[in-house]
Ligand binder design. Structure first.
Ligand code: SF4
Length: 471
């Protein structure tokens, strides 16, 4: 599983670009391919985006040039559209209402269908992104004002979106009726702030005040905040449960709950469901740290740091002939031989996707002297691809879609292997029916509705084709 995207928006604060930069810094884990900020001073809009990390994309000089007290920002991990600058966000167009920009986290499953229809009628698209479809729909809308035009566009798209729009005098934030992705609201003095996760507020010392509700649109200007429920929230909702397992930072609050708390519960439940006698619990850092702590606390087996993660990997180019065996995993993790040698270890990780990385990791831990390796996984078996904004391999590439638990254990060469049960995972969150669990169950919350209307954009229930275009 790969990260998705991080969005940020702020209204009414001098130096909006610098504040957006800090917010995006905190959201870096949600996307590392490109980053961008667009600002407005009420008269003009200023834009900068480039490929790379937030720290690589912006300089002091660039931020100074992004004038104004209103801004939106975006960190991208591509789920549709290739990893190219043309697909970097925020994405801005000039249309009959003037300039409008979007920063979008999610994936529209009927985007290809809608795009094909518009192209037939002569629309010209500049990018391969599904997000551009929303801007085209806004530009074509016959509604009278911008809020109604955005609502009109959103009512035509299917899928997941937590999005912020920038206009000269406002930021508009919207979340799909299923609530797949989080979108938090905060307050910084008299300014309104929006962000994918609340950790972006902490760095600004902004106060978390809540979330944009599923099916809600929030309009923030310098002196006004208005909210409209543009669609009934789906019943049940489909909040992505993987936000708690892996995507969100543990210090964030998303979907109204503290991520760290939920992760610890997952670890405790995993220990209750699949106990094993061992000398220590180690995590695969960083996302599994809190799940492993929960497991250790519940089992009474000490938590140790048996794997060290290199945080400064960035982009690495190694010629095949120079590469040590399994260099890709060795460059990221190093086992602590003094901790592991001769010990029976429980290794806690958040998920297993293809299984190839885990196999290398197990071999590395064995090479460092671990005498027994018991693997415990904080998600159920991932058997289906995601179509709602997370980059997963096709269903056929997922190891759990092809092999039984015992076959996976055998392939990974571990003494024991256990995953948390779906019921166990659900018991760790409040309002347990309001979560999407499609990648474990194949029970997709949305495709069926789109198919019925002849808007099929993905083959999630059977085919495993991506819903994107332009790739
Ligand atoms: Fe999240 Fe899985 Fe649902 Fe995708 S399919 S939204 S990763 S729970």
């Amino acid at each position: 599983m790969k990260e998705e995207c991080g969005v940020f928006g702020i209204v009414g604060s001098g130096g909006a670009a610098a504040l957006s930069y800090l917010g995006l810094y905190s959201l870096q884990h949600r996307g590392q391919e490109s980053s961008g900020i667009i600002t407005s001073d009420g008269e003009s809009m200023y834009e900068h985006k480039a490929m790379g990390l937030v720290s690589e994309v912006f300089t002091e000089e660039i931020l100074k040039g992004l004038k104004g007290d209103i801004a939106i920002g975006h960190n991208r991990y591509s789920t549709t559209g290739m990893s190219r600058l043309v697909n970097a966000q925020p994405f801005m167009v000039n249309c009959k209402i003037g300039k409008i920009a979007i920063a979008h986290n999610g994936n529209l499953i009927n985007a290809a269908f809608l795009r094909a229809g518009m192209e037939k009628k002569g629309s010209i698209f500049r990018s391969g992104m599904d997000s551009e479809v929303i801007l085209h729909l806004i530009a074509k809308s016959r509604k009278k004002n911008i809020t109604e035009m955005i609502i009109d566009a959103l009512r035509q798209v299917e899928g997941s979106y937590s999005a912020v729009f920038l206009l000269e005098d406002r930021v508009i934030a919207a979340r799909d009726p299923h609530g797949f992705r989080p979108l938090c609201i905060g307050k910084l003095d008299d300014s309104v702030v929006f962000a994918s996760e609340s950790c972006a507020f902490d760095i600004l010392e902004a106060e978390y005040t809540g979330e944009v509700a599923p099916g809600e649109i929030c309009i923030a200007t310098r002196d006004r905040f208005e909210s409209i429920q543009f669609s009934e929230p789906a019943d049940p909702l489909s909040k992505c449960i993987f936000e708690y397992i892996y995507f969100s930072r543990p210090d964030s609050r998303v979907f109204g709950e503290n991520v760290d708390k939920v992760r610890r519960k997952i670890g405790r439940r995993l220990s209750q469901e699949s106990p094993v006698d061992a000398d220590m619990v180690i995590s695969v850092p960083d996302s599994s740290n809190t799940i492993a702590l929960g497991y250790a606390n519940q089992s009474g087996i000490p938590f140790e740091l048996g794997l060290i993660r290199n945080h400064y990997v960035g982009r690495t180019f190694i010629q095949p002939e120079q590469a040590a065996r399994d260099w890709d995993i060795r460059i990221k993790f190093n086992p602590v031989r003094g901790v592991l040698e001769g010990r029976r270890i429980i290794v806690v990780d958040d998920s297993i996707v293809r299984g190839s990385t885990m196999k290398k990791l197990v071999a590395m831990l064995r090479g460092a002297g671990a005498s027994e390796i018991h693997l415990r996984i904080g998600s159920p078996l991932i058997t289906h691809s995601c179509y709602f904004g997370i980059d997963t391999p096709t269903t056929g590439e997922l190891i759990a879609s092809r092999y039984s638990l015992e076959e996976i254990r055998d392939f990974l060469e571990v003494e024991s292997l256990a995953y948390i049960s779906l019921e166990g995972l659900r018991s760790c969150v409040k309002e347990r029916e309001d979560y999407c669990v499609a990648c474990f169950s194949g029970d997709y919350p949305l495709c069926g509705e789109a198919v019925e209307r002849g808007e099929r954009g993905c083959q999630g229930c059977g085919g495993g084709n991506r819903s994107g275009f332009g790739e």
